[in-house]
Design a protein around this ligand. Structure first.
Ligand SMILES: Nc1ncnc2c1ncn2[C@@H]1O[C@H](COP(=O)(O)OP(=O)(O)OP(=O)(O)O)[C@@H](O)[C@H]1O
Ligand SMILES: [Mg+2]
Length: 342
Protein backbone atom coordinates (compact mmCIF):
# COMPACT_ATOMS: atom_id res chain seq x y z
CA UNK A 1 0.00 0.00 0.00
CA UNK A 2 1.25 3.46 -0.86
CA UNK A 3 0.11 4.75 2.54
CA UNK A 4 2.45 2.42 4.39
CA UNK A 5 5.36 4.17 2.74
CA UNK A 6 5.32 7.49 4.53
CA UNK A 7 7.91 10.23 4.75
CA UNK A 8 8.82 8.84 8.18
CA UNK A 9 9.52 5.43 6.69
CA UNK A 10 11.89 7.04 4.21
CA UNK A 11 13.63 9.12 6.89
CA UNK A 12 13.97 6.10 9.15
CA UNK A 13 15.60 4.19 6.28
CA UNK A 14 17.90 7.11 5.53
CA UNK A 15 19.05 7.10 9.16
CA UNK A 16 20.65 3.76 8.37
CA UNK A 17 22.88 5.28 5.70
CA UNK A 18 26.18 6.50 7.05
CA UNK A 19 28.78 8.92 5.86
CA UNK A 20 31.79 6.67 5.13
CA UNK A 21 34.33 9.09 6.65
CA UNK A 22 32.52 9.95 9.87
CA UNK A 23 30.59 6.70 10.37
CA UNK A 24 27.53 8.75 11.25
CA UNK A 25 24.05 8.85 9.82
CA UNK A 26 23.54 11.21 6.90
CA UNK A 27 20.35 12.38 8.65
CA UNK A 28 22.26 13.38 11.80
CA UNK A 29 24.80 15.15 9.65
CA UNK A 30 22.05 17.25 8.06
CA UNK A 31 22.76 16.01 4.55
CA UNK A 32 19.12 15.14 3.78
CA UNK A 33 17.53 18.38 2.63
CA UNK A 34 14.28 17.13 1.19
CA UNK A 35 12.08 14.08 0.71
CA UNK A 36 9.16 14.14 -1.72
CA UNK A 37 6.82 11.26 -2.38
CA UNK A 38 4.54 11.22 -5.39
CA UNK A 39 2.58 7.99 -5.78
CA UNK A 40 5.51 5.69 -5.23
CA UNK A 41 8.09 7.97 -6.79
CA UNK A 42 10.51 9.21 -4.20
CA UNK A 43 12.76 12.22 -4.71
CA UNK A 44 15.53 12.82 -2.21
CA UNK A 45 17.63 15.96 -2.00
CA UNK A 46 21.08 15.36 -0.59
CA UNK A 47 23.49 18.16 0.17
CA UNK A 48 26.99 16.90 0.76
CA UNK A 49 29.88 19.24 1.55
CA UNK A 50 33.60 18.58 1.40
CA UNK A 51 33.41 14.85 0.86
CA UNK A 52 36.42 12.75 -0.10
CA UNK A 53 36.59 11.68 -3.75
CA UNK A 54 33.94 9.09 -4.47
CA UNK A 55 32.18 9.55 -1.13
CA UNK A 56 29.25 11.49 -2.59
CA UNK A 57 28.59 8.79 -5.15
CA UNK A 58 28.94 6.11 -2.50
CA UNK A 59 26.35 7.79 -0.29
CA UNK A 60 24.00 8.37 -3.22
CA UNK A 61 24.34 4.75 -4.30
CA UNK A 62 23.53 3.50 -0.84
CA UNK A 63 20.52 5.79 -0.54
CA UNK A 64 19.32 4.52 -3.87
CA UNK A 65 19.51 0.89 -2.85
CA UNK A 66 18.07 1.37 0.66
CA UNK A 67 15.09 3.39 -0.54
CA UNK A 68 14.32 1.24 -3.58
CA UNK A 69 13.97 -1.78 -1.35
CA UNK A 70 11.15 -0.18 0.66
CA UNK A 71 7.69 -1.57 -0.04
CA UNK A 72 5.67 0.69 -2.27
CA UNK A 73 8.60 2.56 -3.79
CA UNK A 74 8.49 2.44 -7.58
CA UNK A 75 11.25 4.84 -8.44
CA UNK A 76 13.98 6.80 -6.62
CA UNK A 77 15.42 10.09 -7.81
CA UNK A 78 18.41 11.52 -6.00
CA UNK A 79 19.30 15.16 -6.41
CA UNK A 80 22.84 15.79 -5.24
CA UNK A 81 24.05 19.25 -4.42
CA UNK A 82 26.82 21.06 -2.63
CA UNK A 83 25.93 23.68 -0.04
CA UNK A 84 25.31 27.18 -1.41
CA UNK A 85 27.25 30.22 -0.25
CA UNK A 86 28.63 30.03 3.27
CA UNK A 87 26.50 32.92 4.49
CA UNK A 88 23.37 30.87 3.87
CA UNK A 89 24.40 28.12 6.26
CA UNK A 90 25.68 30.62 8.81
CA UNK A 91 22.44 32.58 8.89
CA UNK A 92 20.57 29.46 9.97
CA UNK A 93 22.56 29.44 13.19
CA UNK A 94 21.86 31.60 16.19
CA UNK A 95 24.57 34.22 16.53
CA UNK A 96 26.06 34.97 19.90
CA UNK A 97 25.61 38.69 20.43
CA UNK A 98 28.69 40.73 21.25
CA UNK A 99 31.15 37.98 20.32
CA UNK A 100 33.47 38.56 17.39
CA UNK A 101 34.77 35.05 16.89
CA UNK A 102 33.67 31.73 18.28
CA UNK A 103 36.42 29.20 17.76
CA UNK A 104 36.22 25.51 18.50
CA UNK A 105 39.32 23.74 19.72
CA UNK A 106 38.94 20.16 18.62
CA UNK A 107 40.73 16.89 18.06
CA UNK A 108 39.88 13.57 16.54
CA UNK A 109 40.97 11.72 19.66
CA UNK A 110 41.31 12.22 23.38
CA UNK A 111 44.31 13.11 25.47
CA UNK A 112 46.21 15.08 22.85
CA UNK A 113 46.27 18.18 25.03
CA UNK A 114 43.25 19.98 23.62
CA UNK A 115 42.22 21.55 26.92
CA UNK A 116 45.81 22.51 27.70
CA UNK A 117 46.09 24.21 24.32
CA UNK A 118 42.68 25.89 24.68
CA UNK A 119 43.56 27.33 28.09
CA UNK A 120 47.00 28.56 27.10
CA UNK A 121 45.80 29.96 23.76
CA UNK A 122 43.05 31.83 25.60
CA UNK A 123 45.56 33.26 28.06
CA UNK A 124 47.93 34.20 25.23
CA UNK A 125 45.17 36.05 23.39
CA UNK A 126 44.26 37.86 26.62
CA UNK A 127 47.88 38.84 27.17
CA UNK A 128 47.89 40.24 23.63
CA UNK A 129 45.08 42.58 24.71
CA UNK A 130 42.03 40.66 23.49
CA UNK A 131 38.84 40.08 25.46
CA UNK A 132 38.59 36.33 25.76
CA UNK A 133 36.06 33.77 26.92
CA UNK A 134 36.59 30.05 27.27
CA UNK A 135 33.81 27.51 27.31
CA UNK A 136 34.40 24.03 28.56
CA UNK A 137 32.28 21.99 26.18
CA UNK A 138 33.42 18.72 27.69
CA UNK A 139 30.32 17.65 29.52
CA UNK A 140 31.63 14.25 30.57
CA UNK A 141 35.08 15.26 31.72
CA UNK A 142 35.20 19.00 32.32
CA UNK A 143 38.65 19.99 33.51
CA UNK A 144 39.05 23.62 32.50
CA UNK A 145 38.13 24.88 36.01
CA UNK A 146 40.93 22.81 37.53
CA UNK A 147 43.38 24.00 34.90
CA UNK A 148 42.54 27.63 35.67
CA UNK A 149 42.60 27.07 39.42
CA UNK A 150 38.84 27.58 39.80
CA UNK A 151 37.28 25.52 42.56
CA UNK A 152 34.31 23.26 41.97
CA UNK A 153 32.57 25.20 44.72
CA UNK A 154 32.38 28.35 42.66
CA UNK A 155 29.06 28.65 40.89
CA UNK A 156 28.33 31.19 38.19
CA UNK A 157 26.10 34.02 39.38
CA UNK A 158 22.81 34.63 37.63
CA UNK A 159 22.13 38.06 36.18
CA UNK A 160 18.86 40.01 36.47
CA UNK A 161 17.77 38.86 33.04
CA UNK A 162 18.25 35.26 34.10
CA UNK A 163 21.54 34.65 32.35
CA UNK A 164 24.64 33.04 33.80
CA UNK A 165 27.62 35.24 34.41
CA UNK A 166 30.91 33.56 33.54
CA UNK A 167 33.58 33.14 36.20
CA UNK A 168 36.56 35.41 35.75
CA UNK A 169 39.90 33.68 36.17
CA UNK A 170 43.39 34.79 35.21
CA UNK A 171 42.06 37.54 32.96
CA UNK A 172 39.59 35.48 30.96
CA UNK A 173 35.91 34.63 31.32
CA UNK A 174 35.10 30.98 31.70
CA UNK A 175 32.09 28.73 31.99
CA UNK A 176 32.09 25.00 32.45
CA UNK A 177 29.66 22.20 32.89
CA UNK A 178 31.92 21.29 35.79
CA UNK A 179 30.62 24.32 37.67
CA UNK A 180 26.98 23.55 37.05
CA UNK A 181 26.87 20.03 38.37
CA UNK A 182 28.24 18.45 41.52
CA UNK A 183 31.49 16.59 40.78
CA UNK A 184 30.16 13.30 42.14
CA UNK A 185 26.99 13.42 40.07
CA UNK A 186 27.06 10.99 37.17
CA UNK A 187 26.00 12.55 33.91
CA UNK A 188 23.84 10.27 31.89
CA UNK A 189 22.65 12.68 29.26
CA UNK A 190 22.11 11.51 25.78
CA UNK A 191 21.13 12.90 22.42
CA UNK A 192 18.60 15.72 22.73
CA UNK A 193 19.42 16.52 26.38
CA UNK A 194 23.08 16.76 25.60
CA UNK A 195 22.37 18.89 22.59
CA UNK A 196 20.10 21.11 24.67
CA UNK A 197 22.68 21.40 27.42
CA UNK A 198 25.47 22.52 25.16
CA UNK A 199 23.32 24.94 23.20
CA UNK A 200 21.78 26.31 26.37
CA UNK A 201 25.16 26.75 27.98
CA UNK A 202 26.30 28.85 25.08
CA UNK A 203 23.14 30.88 24.63
CA UNK A 204 22.43 31.38 28.32
CA UNK A 205 25.74 32.89 29.28
CA UNK A 206 26.08 36.64 29.54
CA UNK A 207 29.53 36.86 28.03
CA UNK A 208 29.52 40.58 27.42
CA UNK A 209 31.70 41.86 24.62
CA UNK A 210 34.36 39.39 23.55
CA UNK A 211 36.93 39.29 20.80
CA UNK A 212 37.28 35.54 21.10
CA UNK A 213 35.25 32.76 22.60
CA UNK A 214 37.21 29.53 22.55
CA UNK A 215 35.21 26.36 22.97
CA UNK A 216 37.07 23.34 24.26
CA UNK A 217 35.30 20.47 22.56
CA UNK A 218 35.27 16.97 23.96
CA UNK A 219 37.40 14.56 21.95
CA UNK A 220 36.02 12.93 18.84
CA UNK A 221 33.26 13.55 16.36
CA UNK A 222 30.17 12.56 18.33
CA UNK A 223 26.83 14.18 19.21
CA UNK A 224 28.14 17.07 21.29
CA UNK A 225 30.63 18.16 18.68
CA UNK A 226 28.04 17.89 15.94
CA UNK A 227 25.34 19.77 17.82
CA UNK A 228 27.81 22.48 18.62
CA UNK A 229 29.13 22.94 15.13
CA UNK A 230 25.57 22.88 13.78
CA UNK A 231 24.07 25.41 16.18
CA UNK A 232 26.80 27.91 16.90
CA UNK A 233 28.05 30.37 14.31
CA UNK A 234 31.67 29.28 14.52
CA UNK A 235 34.28 31.44 12.87
CA UNK A 236 36.29 28.30 12.60
CA UNK A 237 38.01 25.44 14.30
CA UNK A 238 41.52 24.69 15.47
CA UNK A 239 42.51 21.05 15.35
CA UNK A 240 45.03 19.80 17.90
CA UNK A 241 47.08 16.73 17.18
CA UNK A 242 50.15 14.93 18.43
CA UNK A 243 53.16 14.44 16.15
CA UNK A 244 52.90 10.72 15.47
CA UNK A 245 51.98 9.37 12.07
CA UNK A 246 49.13 7.35 13.59
CA UNK A 247 47.46 10.57 14.75
CA UNK A 248 46.81 11.46 11.11
CA UNK A 249 43.80 9.17 10.86
CA UNK A 250 42.16 10.98 13.79
CA UNK A 251 42.98 14.37 12.34
CA UNK A 252 41.38 13.30 9.08
CA UNK A 253 38.18 12.43 10.92
CA UNK A 254 38.09 15.72 12.78
CA UNK A 255 38.68 17.64 9.60
CA UNK A 256 36.00 15.70 7.76
CA UNK A 257 33.45 16.69 10.40
CA UNK A 258 34.20 20.40 10.03
CA UNK A 259 34.30 20.29 6.26
CA UNK A 260 30.94 18.58 6.16
CA UNK A 261 29.38 21.09 8.50
CA UNK A 262 30.91 23.98 6.56
CA UNK A 263 33.05 25.19 9.44
CA UNK A 264 36.33 26.69 8.24
CA UNK A 265 39.38 25.01 9.69
CA UNK A 266 41.71 27.75 10.82
CA UNK A 267 44.66 25.49 11.31
CA UNK A 268 46.42 22.63 13.03
CA UNK A 269 48.45 22.86 16.21
CA UNK A 270 50.89 20.08 16.97
CA UNK A 271 51.15 19.41 20.69
CA UNK A 272 53.69 17.36 22.65
CA UNK A 273 56.40 17.83 20.05
CA UNK A 274 59.69 16.15 20.83
CA UNK A 275 60.74 13.20 22.94
CA UNK A 276 59.16 9.85 22.20
CA UNK A 277 56.44 11.39 20.06
CA UNK A 278 58.83 12.82 17.48
CA UNK A 279 57.84 15.89 15.57
CA UNK A 280 56.49 17.03 12.21
CA UNK A 281 53.23 15.07 12.05
CA UNK A 282 51.15 18.21 12.51
CA UNK A 283 52.90 20.10 9.77
CA UNK A 284 52.59 17.14 7.45
CA UNK A 285 48.88 16.88 8.16
CA UNK A 286 48.45 20.60 7.54
CA UNK A 287 50.15 20.26 4.17
CA UNK A 288 48.13 17.19 3.27
CA UNK A 289 44.80 18.81 4.12
CA UNK A 290 45.88 22.23 2.80
CA UNK A 291 45.18 24.08 6.00
CA UNK A 292 47.47 26.46 7.88
CA UNK A 293 49.94 25.07 10.38
CA UNK A 294 49.68 27.29 13.45
CA UNK A 295 52.71 25.95 15.28
CA UNK A 296 53.98 23.28 17.59
CA UNK A 297 54.03 23.11 21.37
CA UNK A 298 56.84 21.12 23.01
CA UNK A 299 56.30 18.22 25.36
CA UNK A 300 57.30 20.02 28.53
CA UNK A 301 56.86 19.01 32.13
CA UNK A 302 56.17 22.62 33.10
CA UNK A 303 53.17 22.65 30.79
CA UNK A 304 51.73 19.59 32.50
CA UNK A 305 52.44 20.83 36.00
CA UNK A 306 50.96 24.23 35.16
CA UNK A 307 47.71 22.59 34.11
CA UNK A 308 47.58 20.22 37.05
CA UNK A 309 48.21 22.98 39.59
CA UNK A 310 45.74 25.50 38.18
CA UNK A 311 48.53 27.78 37.07
CA UNK A 312 48.89 27.45 33.29
CA UNK A 313 52.33 28.07 31.86
CA UNK A 314 51.32 31.21 29.96
CA UNK A 315 50.20 32.82 33.22
CA UNK A 316 52.85 31.25 35.47
CA UNK A 317 55.90 31.78 33.26
CA UNK A 318 54.93 34.05 30.36
CA UNK A 319 58.56 34.53 29.35
CA UNK A 320 59.33 30.81 29.13
CA UNK A 321 60.02 29.19 25.74
CA UNK A 322 56.88 27.06 26.05
CA UNK A 323 54.72 30.13 26.71
CA UNK A 324 56.31 31.79 23.68
CA UNK A 325 55.15 28.84 21.55
CA UNK A 326 51.56 29.40 22.68
CA UNK A 327 51.89 33.13 21.98
CA UNK A 328 53.09 32.40 18.45
CA UNK A 329 50.27 29.95 17.85
CA UNK A 330 47.77 32.54 19.14
CA UNK A 331 49.18 35.08 16.74
CA UNK A 332 49.02 32.62 13.86
CA UNK A 333 45.40 31.95 14.77
CA UNK A 334 44.55 35.66 14.64
CA UNK A 335 46.29 35.79 11.28
CA UNK A 336 44.33 32.81 9.98
CA UNK A 337 41.07 34.55 10.90
CA UNK A 338 42.07 37.73 9.23
CA UNK A 339 44.57 36.91 6.52
CA UNK A 340 44.53 40.38 4.95
CA UNK A 341 45.29 42.23 8.18
CA UNK A 342 48.81 43.55 8.62
N1 LIG B 1 52.75 20.05 25.71
C1 LIG B 1 52.56 19.30 26.80
N2 LIG B 1 53.61 18.91 27.56
C2 LIG B 1 53.43 18.14 28.65
N3 LIG B 1 52.25 17.70 29.08
C3 LIG B 1 51.16 18.04 28.37
C4 LIG B 1 51.26 18.86 27.20
N4 LIG B 1 50.00 19.05 26.72
C5 LIG B 1 49.18 18.37 27.55
N5 LIG B 1 49.86 17.77 28.53
C6 LIG B 1 49.30 16.93 29.61
O1 LIG B 1 48.65 15.83 28.99
C7 LIG B 1 47.45 15.49 29.70
C8 LIG B 1 46.27 15.56 28.75
O2 LIG B 1 46.10 16.91 28.35
P1 LIG B 1 44.65 17.55 28.18
O3 LIG B 1 43.77 17.23 29.31
O4 LIG B 1 44.86 18.97 27.82
O5 LIG B 1 44.20 16.73 26.89
P2 LIG B 1 42.78 16.70 26.18
O6 LIG B 1 43.03 16.46 24.74
O7 LIG B 1 41.98 17.89 26.55
O8 LIG B 1 42.16 15.42 26.84
P3 LIG B 1 40.64 14.92 26.78
O9 LIG B 1 40.52 14.27 25.47
O10 LIG B 1 40.53 14.00 27.94
O11 LIG B 1 39.77 16.14 26.90
C9 LIG B 1 47.37 16.47 30.86
O12 LIG B 1 47.94 15.88 32.00
C10 LIG B 1 48.24 17.64 30.41
O13 LIG B 1 48.81 18.35 31.48
MG1 LIG C 1 40.08 18.03 27.46
Amino acid sequence: MAESMSRDTIIEALKGVQDPELSRSIVALGMVKGVQIDSGEVTIDLEIAGAAPGAREKIAGEVQSVISSIDGVRDVQIRLSKPAAKSASFSAKQPLPGIQHVIAVASGKGGVGKSTVAVNLALSLARAGCRVGLMDGDIYGPNIPMMLGVSHESKPRVSENDKMLPIEAQGIKMISMGLLVAPDQPMVWRGPMLHGAVTQLLQKVEWGELDFLLVDLPPGTGDVQLSLVQTVPLSGAVVVTTPQEVALADVRKGIAMFRKTEVPILGIIENMTGSIFGSGGGEKAAAEFRIPFLGSIPLDQNIREGGDSGNPIVAAAPESPAAACFARAAQALTQALNPTAV
